[in-house]
Design a protein around this ligand. Structure first.
Ligand SMILES: [Zn+2]
Length: 359
């Protein structure tokens, strides 16, 4: 007859194997893989001139130095592994023409020195490598540019490093029938109207607008949402650039907002007590812009629902958008923890029982 401890050991080994197999493979294959297929089936075919975009928002790579050594190293390793695994799966499933990194690849505020920034940047590029033939677009996030309370000199150094290592912070990128406007809203965030600042923005927008363009569909890309800057700037951007779509990250959650220029101008004129002189309507007609807030792809940000965004833009400018949801790593890690606690308690119970027998 088989001893009870042998039976228990066999149960623990088999259940351990099942927990790992389910978490690391079967949960995605049986649930999320099906959601991805359904989401991608809702998009138009990749051919016929449709341009496929993959959005990677707020990967926020962790550093281990601010956590207890072993736990910090494990969390960094696990988060990096999770990000790399699902990014590769998303690349293979979506087969994008363009991959748009929405900013905050750095996971901490106050990255102290330039060398640390470069080590983050190297790690990021190794994890999120994009094959030849696919266009990567890099947006700068607030954490990439030095965090909230860094000194001005540090922020300038970080901006220069970002531009040297990735691409200009503000720029226009043309891809087939699409014109992407990359604009960093960080300097304008919650900043009261100020002639110097507003003139700087207007100059940038006028320069962008004066450039000859092949792209008929205009897409605004920024780390912060356009509604995070003051309303008069929001109106100026829509009036000058006429974007049809906008994408942002930073909030970590998914969101969708329709911006109606006419309503925004009416609201603005009302709160500013401006007399109605027909100035609440843009002379070129009303402009509407759909804004999509892309959720973070990294569970280590603490958000329960993480995803990659995917969009398809046809030659007629029509956009289809979907989210590829990711398995909850927190739930998976809880499963591992409960399993290890059960194994630990059983081992302790066995050890106590053996000690009693030998007394
Ligand atoms: Zn951010």
């Amino acid at each position: 007859m088989m001893r009870s401890s042998t039976v228990a050991n066999s149960i623990f080994i088999i259940s351990g194997f099942l927990v790992v197999a389910y978490n690391e493979h079967f949960e995605f294959a049986s649930h999320h893989g099906i959601q991805w297929t359904t989401a991608l089936d809702s998009l138009p075919d990749r051919s016929d001139g449709n341009v496929r975009l993959l959005f990677v928002a707020d990967p926020q790579l962790k550093r281990s130095s601010n956590q207890p050594l072993l736990l910090g190293s494990f969390m960094k390793w696990d988060a990096d592994r999770y990000l790399t695994k699902y990014f590769r799966l998303a690349m293979s499933a979506v087969k994008p023409h363009v991959v748009i990194f929405m900013g905050d690849f750095v996971g901490e505020d106050n990255v102290a020195n330039g060398d640390e920034f470069l080590s983050y940047a190297d790690r990021f590029k190794a994890m999120f490598s994009v094959p030849d033939g696919v266009l990567p677009i890099f947006i700068a996030g607030d954490k990439d540019l030095g965090g909230g309370d860094q000194e001005r000199a540090v922020k300038m150094e970080r901006a220069e490093q970002f531009e040297n290592y990735f691409s200009p912070i503000n720029e226009i990128i043309e891809y087939k029938h699409i014109r992407f406007y990359k604009i960093d809203f960080l300097p304008y965030l919650h900043a009261i109207p100020e002639p110097k600042l507003d003139t700087k923005l207007q100059k940038l927008l006028t320069k962008f607008n004066s450039m000859p363009s092949e792209g008929e569909t205009r897409v605004l890309l920024s780390h912060h949402a356009i509604s995070d800057i003051m309303l008069h700037r929001h109106i100026t951007i829509m009036q000058t650039l006429h974007p049809s779509y906008a994408f942002s990250g930073h909030s970590h959650d998914s969101g969708f907002v329709v911006h109606d220029l006419q309503k925004l101008m009416k609201f603005f004129n009302n709160i500013m007590n401006k007399p109605k002189q027909g100035n609440d309507v843009d002379p070129r007609g009303n402009i509407k812009m759909d804004e999509y807030k892309v959720p973070t792809c990294n569970y280590a940000t603490g958000v329960p629902n993480t995803a990659y965004g995917v969009a398809s833009i046809g030659t007629d400018g029509e956009l289809h958008y979907a989210l590829l949801w990711l398995p909850s790593r927190f739930r998976q890690l809880r499963c591992y923890m409960f399993y290890l606690i059960a194994v630990g308690l059983y081992t302790l119970w066995k050890w106590c029982r053996r000690r009693r027998q030998y007394r």
